[in-house]
Design a protein around this ligand. Structure first.
Ligand code: TPP
Length: 651
């Protein structure tokens, strides 16, 4: 079944075995490559029905998030490449327009399908063509702000739009909020179901009759009578449901009604997350997105505990002592490490659903009333809430802490999920502290710094585990804006091993008047090359420095800690006329940390060269951090070679 035409031609009696084969292939592949398991298992029959009802070469099927499109990929020509799912150079775990003509719209971030589909429908109407446009959206993504904005805009925009609401009553964890409660009522309303049977019989007769208009009006009136809260109807979108999303005939029937409809229509399809794999059916949250696993034993290979876990545990402890501390997540409780916080401080934990903008402004409101909110969001998902951070937090100087998890490249989820844009997006916002720890211990110190700070603060940290530094019981706040000369500096020739380098430098700077001094530090501690590294790039800087020293170039390493405010005193002290700076960050180079260093030096009137290492202005693909770094010249050899070249050029 490698083409939509073959799926359409399959006798109805063979659909169950097709669904079975798809599930087996999905389970086997995800067990080897990792990926989104539970949502994909739940949408198999729905995918088959969509491919039988529509022609994806012409019609536009837009999947929200797109984490449920594995069956779609298998049935639209990617069967042969499916083993490469989420691998470097392989097919993506999300729809991509550049991967297949059948992927009408790219996905990865929740809440976009309805808006995109509406845009496509309006374009079609203007063109005067006749293809169908279908948005497939999950119950949690339906509650996202963009989805609701699109819903509000639908009536009057087009007469022909089909929305398939794939309701499994789950987000990653249990769905939250009043919309989800409303959907639950619709799924379980016996009153409604009783009425629906009768209404559908009447509809059959009225639909094709001259009383078509009367039918629409009557149906609407009846629906609001029986469903006091028929939300979608209020938005001018006809509601049909609930439909059993695992019953081929039921979905096919509903889709054929939808195809003939002359108004925007929403089919409420009930599916079971994890369907067909017992462990995933029983624990859909655990099996939402997984790494490799043993299929027979249903044993997951647990990822090494990373920064998220340290963050969650530390915040939980801090909240024991400070009743003002509250934690906010936008549907990513487990992913951001907040599970222990929720368990210990349930009344101070808020899952606001997939609503990042709301999470930020909600936190601002809490902060305005004296609370100390900590918002934990993946770097990639904060992108859409940047204005809220500016308008609602920074301009009002409110003490909100943002913990940006998954900052940097994230591996197999690829371009839509890489958290590499937050530094340029955020460092221009006034009054914001922006920092990144070198290890787990420093993360806890930064968290204390942030929650004690009387203004907005951001801490970014990567998906990959840190070096495993022991976490202090009582983490102390850092001096804001102070970088640290790395211990690795002890290896610099002429430098005495073990002496505290940062304090010596600081002493010298204060004796010589610091940043304003015309004569830079020159006590034998200055280097020809200074690496300024951010967080998880410190090991790369150290390894490159070792190579430079082996080549006879005196090189030191700075753990920058603060992107903003930058330690300009140290920078000024190091900037002798001969110094070459090299910056390293797990973020895009354009406008990033290295740019901040360059700007600071320019502001100090220094013309030292700054070689900036990070991600280029290009789409960064999927792959492990190590493979991506190797492919982009972020290895000790490549970095050292570039720096040596600059040193050799006499600059
Ligand atoms: C803007 C944004 N925030 C968070 C996520 C992470 N995320 C991926 S899938 C998902 C749950 C989606 O739930 P639903 O739409 O109901 O689909 P289901 O997984 O239940 O099929 C979340 C929160 C995301 N992809 N985009």
């Amino acid at each position: 079944m490698n083409s939509p035409a073959a799926v359409r031609a399959l006798p109805a009696g063979e659909l169950d075995s097709l669904a079975q084969e798809l599930r087996e292939r999905i389970i086997t592949t995800v067990s080897r490559n990792g990926g989104h398991l539970a949502a994909n298992l739940g949408s198999v029959e729905l995918t088959i029905a969509l491919l039988r009802a529509f022609d994806p070469a012409v019609d536009r099927i837009v999947w929200d998030v797109g984490h449920q499109t594995y069956a779609w990929k298998l049935l639209t020509g990617r069967h042969g490449q499916f083993d490469s799912l989420r691998q470097p150079g392989g097919i993506s775990g999300f729809p991509r327009r550049d991967e297949s003509p059948f992927d009408a719209f790219g996905g990865g971030h929740a809440g976009t399908a309805l808006s995109a589909a509406l845009g496509m429908a309006v374009a079609r109407d203007r063109r005067g063509s006749s293809e169908y446009v279908v948005a497939v959206i999950g119950d949690a993504a339906m509650g996202n702000g963009i989805s609701l904005e699109a819903l509000k805009n639908t009536e009057g925009a087009t007469q022909r739009l089909i929305v398939v609401l794939n309701d499994n009553e789950m987000s990653i964890s249990s769905n939250v909020g009043s919309l989800s409660r409303h959907l639950g009522q619709l799924l379980s309303s016996p009153k409604y179901n009783r009425w629906k049977g009768a209404a559908e019989r009447i509809a059959q007769q009225l639909r094709m009759s001259p009383f078509r208009r009367t039918y629409h009006r009557t149906e609407k009136a009846l629906k609001s009578l029986f469903l006091q809260n028929a939300l979608f109807e209020e938005f001018g979108v006809r509601y049909i449901g609930p439909i059993d999303g695992h019953d081929h005939r039921a979905i096919a029937g509903a889709l054929s009604i939808a195809k003939r409809y002359d108004r925007p229509i929403l089919l409420h399809v009930a599916t079971q997350k994890g369907r067909g794999y017992k462990a995933a059916e029983e624990s859909p949250e655990r099996w939402h997105g997984v790494g490799r696993f043993d299929v027979a034993k249903a044993e997951l290979v647990e990822p090494a505990p990373g920064y998220s876990k340290i963050f969650g545990e530390c915040l939980t402890r801090l909240a024991d002592r400070d009743p003002r501390l509250v934690a906010i997540t936008a549907a990513m409780c487990a992913g951001t490490g907040l599970t222990p916080f929720e368990a210990r401080h349930p009344t101070r934990f808020f899952d606001v659903g997939i609503c990042e903008e709301h999470a930020v402004v909600f936190a601002a409101g809490l902060a305005a009333e004296g609370m100390r909110p900590v918002v934990a969001i993946y770097s990639t998902f904060i992108q859409r809430a940047v204005d809220c951070i500016l308008h609602d937090v920074c301009l009002q100087n409110l003490p909100v802490t943002f913990c940006l998890d998954r900052a940097g490249v994230v591996g197999a989820d690829g371009p839509t999920h890489h958290g590499i844009f937050d530094i340029p997006l955020l460092r221009c916002l006034p009054g914001l502290l922006l920092m990144q720890p070198k290890d787990e211990a420093e993360l806890t110190c930064m968290l204390v710094t942030a929650v004690q700070h009387n203004g907005p603060a951001v801490i970014r940290y990567p998906r990959d585990p840190g070096p495993g530094a022991a976490v202090p019981d009582d983490p102390q706040p850092l001096e804001i804006g102070q970088a640290e000369i790395d211990d690795d500096y002890a290896e610099v020739p002429g430098r005495r091993r073990g002496a505290p380098p940062s304090s010596s430098i600081t002493n010298v700077i204060s004796q010589t008047g610091g940043a304003s001094s015309a004569s830079p530090v020159s006590d034998g501690y200055d280097c020809r090359v200074w690496f300024w590294a951010l967080g998880d790039m410190l090991p790369l800087a150290r390894a490159a420095a070792v190579r430079l020293r082996a080549a006879g170039v005196v090189a030191g390493v700075v753990n920058a800690r603060f992107i903003k405010p930058l330690d300009t005193r140290l920078l000024a002290a190091q900037a002798t006329p001969q110094t070459v700076f090299a910056t390293l960050e797990n973020g895009v180079v354009a406008g990033g940390f290295g740019s901040a260093v360059q700007e600071a030096l320019a502001g100090l009137g220094r013309t030292n060269p700054v070689l900036r290492f990070g991600w280029p202005d290009a789409v960064i693909g999927q792959g492990t951090t190590a493979s991506l770094m190797a492919a982009h010249g972020l290895t000790p050899e490549a970095v050292a070679a570039k720096v040596l070249e600059r040193v050799a050029s006499g600059q």
